[in-house]
Design a protein around this ligand. Structure first.
Ligand code: AMP
Length: 281
């Protein structure tokens, strides 16, 4: 496994491989790796000749500075996990390699910024869009892999790839879960035992809401979810939405012919968790 911290040697290494006709798969991460990240690596391994994983905690996508400070960092373990997963290249840039000068460009994702993550994390998607486009330019992958866990992130990256004509294919991989249904997340490491016990309620609520959505009107489902979470003092609901899985437009009515997603965000104390499921498998 080759590890790079600077862009020029990374690009030199990848250019040689590309010239040999190798297909490059890319998995951008913020580290504190878990089995969800490894599922993306495995997907990339199956489809590409060379798999590149980046580990970079991007400061510009944190709208909350204490979340950035508290973000878990487990670099030695991450490298070991990537080695075991037979990842070919790891890129661990310093801030100065990613942001040699302050970025003036602002990305505007239109209505996608007005709902769910966009609404509650102002500036977050601008930071994500900037860093992912920088990483795409540095790695120049043929295929890039993202998780369905961050459904809205995938939607904005798809928009950006289309609008800016990036020459790559995007793949959205299913959410990896713990045995009790909790979506794997680097932030789960911060949960105390009591918080960890409360956390699966998020997924359980989504499962119940899925069932409700097949029998009830959308506003009724939303009220039922709010009431359910109001009875769980450990969880503070931020939003619950039923949306078109592609456009992410909130739906007023369920149409079983349309691919529909149920999305939720909640706090357990100061730890923010998100999750989503498709209405139908
Ligand atoms: P992060 O390190 O949290 O920025 O995530 C890096 C990539 O891993 C993103 O594309 C995430 O959507 C994806 N990811 C995070 N958690 C999961 C999960 N539980 N299952 C599948 N993919 C995930």
């Amino acid at each position: 496994m080759h590890i790079f911290t600077q862009t020029a040697p990374l690009q030199y290494h990848l250019r040689t491989l590309k010239n040999d006709g190798k297909a490059i798969g890319f998995v951008p991460t913020m580290g504190a790796l878990h089995a969800g990240h490894l599922s993306l690596i495995n997907n990339a391994k199956q489809e590409c000749d060379i798999v590149v994983c980046s580990i970079y905690v991007n400061p510009t996508q944190f709208n909350n500075s204490s979340d950035l400070v508290k973000y878990p960092r487990t670099l030695d373990k991450d490298k070991y996990m990537l080695q075991e997963a037979a990842c070919d290249v790891v890129f661990i840039p310093e801030n100065s390699a990613v942001y040699p000068s302050p970025v003036q460009l602002k990305l505007d994702f239109g209505y996608l910024e007005t709902l769910m993550e966009g609404r509650f994390r102002p500036g977050h998607f601008n930071g994500v869009g900037i860093v992912v486009s920088k990483l795409f330019h540095m790695v120049m992958p043929d295929v890039a892999y993202f998780g369905q866990k961050d459904l809205q992130q995938f939607a904005i990256i798809r928009q950006m790839v289309s609008d800016l004509s990036f020459n790559l294919r995007l793949v959205c991989c299913p959410t990896s879960r713990e045995a009790d249904g909790l979506a794997m997340s680097s932030r789960n490491m911060r949960l105390s035992p009591a918080q960890r016990e409360a956390a699966p309620a998020l997924y359980q609520t989504l499962q119940q809401a899925r069932h409700w959505a097949l029998h009830m009107e959308v506003p009724e489902v939303k009220t039922a979810v709010e009431q359910k979470l109001a009875h769980m003092p450990a969880l503070k609901l931020e939003y619950f939405e039923i949306v078109d899985s592609i456009t992410l437009q909130p739906l007023e009515k369920i149409n079983p012919q349309k691919q529909t997603s149920l999305c939720i965000a909640a706090y357990i104390d100061d730890i923010r968790l998100i999750d989503n499921v498709f209405l139908l498998d």
